[in-house]
Design a protein around this ligand. Sequence first.
Ligand code: ADQ
Length: 457
Amino acid sequence: MSLTVVANRVPIRRSDDGEWAPSVGGLTTALLPVLRQRGGAWIGMGEDPDLPERQLFPAADPDFTVRRVPLSQDELDGYYYGMANRVLWPVSHYMIQHFEPNPDFMEIYRSVNKRFADAVVEEVAEDDQQIWLQDYHLMLAPQHIRKARPDATLGHFWHIPWPAMEVFRILPWARELLRGMLHCDLVGVHVEEYVDNFLESARVLLGAEIEGQTIHYEGHTTRVEAHPIGIEVERFKQMAASDEVTGKAARLRERLGTEYIVIGIDRLDYTKGVLSRLEAFERFLEDNPEYHGSVSFYQIATPSRTQVDSYQQLKREVDEVVGRINGQFARDNWVPVNYRYRTYTQFELCAFYRAADAALITPLRDGMNVVTQEFITATENGALILSELTGAAYLLPEAIQVNPYDRDGLAASIRMALEMDEEERTTRLQGLKSTVEKLDVQRWARGFLDSLQQQGQ
Ligand code: ADQ
């Protein structure tokens, strides 16, 4: 049975030699082998204007189709920067202060979802197809696809938290959006907590009948399951052990020259807790003068959604706090906070993971957080401080778990991580590594697709 993947992004990019090549990223790596083996299509927005609307890939010996749904600037503003980034993202992360319920966004979201659905219907000729939609950009597409292809097997994976029903219902279009998704046979989320929230939303807001993890609504049945995503464990392991990475890590330690290195690595997004993390590090320095000169905090932030006001404001605030901390505490030969606002290669990130004594991963909310898994895979003896408000926290009890809003608690956890004895550090890390091995992204894709096939039978 062939597979059609529908995602905001397409899985290919133009390489240095001008040819189209697979892009780097967990989702692409997990799904391309399936598409190669089974054939089918990948449909996405495709930001590169040179990307053809439809092409067979790879060109030399094609396995599947890459289809682009080109969007105008107005469509991009309403559907992506508006509805996805200013409405669904903040509400799903419980950050209502960033929520902008503009009806124009929803109007455009409806029509763009229809365009994605039309593209799917054009690609999916037969009925024995599996169709797998990704994420909050495509909540309404399933209902249009179902109408045109009643026998197709439809799955949807939701990569961010599904919030508590009482929060989800804040959306003025909560019922319409939920109804759209209930045309799927399988909805996947990262952890059981989100499964419960989804079921509760369907029960209370739509009066759907719930039977275990199955929703019965208007003659259709949708199963909701937890499928925690993983990373490409083997590739990260190999990268981390490579000469390139170990060399870079050693040079970084030498350059910083401090006894301890603590890292933070994120997209610069208000959900990731970068600001409160910096403030907690500041509190740590205030409370522990004996550590002045011997700890460096290295925060890396990738520019993200830079057209959205709240992201521009966050950037200014982070710049300001970094300046304030360094202004107060830096002295000759020691800069307490090293801050880089840019994108790095995975090899470079791996070197940071490898060089660090501890990682501070403290989102205010996060569906899963795969940086956590990358760090656990790459580190040899680092300690992990992890926000309990992430999907990852449900799976990784061996981490030092913290409430990211508790500045004193977070500051204390930094000290705890640095002073943890070798035995405890090793025992915790063994537990963490063994969980992450099992969460492998290929296994995640297989698990979801196997379950999707069962639902379709
Ligand atoms: P994201 O919100 O993007 O994903 P996350 O899971 O942390 O969050 O993944 C970020 C990715 O970006 C990681 O692979 C990381 O290596 C990379 N990255 C971060 N900083 C970088 C930098 N400076 N340079 C280059 N790369 C960088 C959404 C959800 C998450 C969920 C994932 C997967 O919000 O909760 O874990 O999808 O389902």
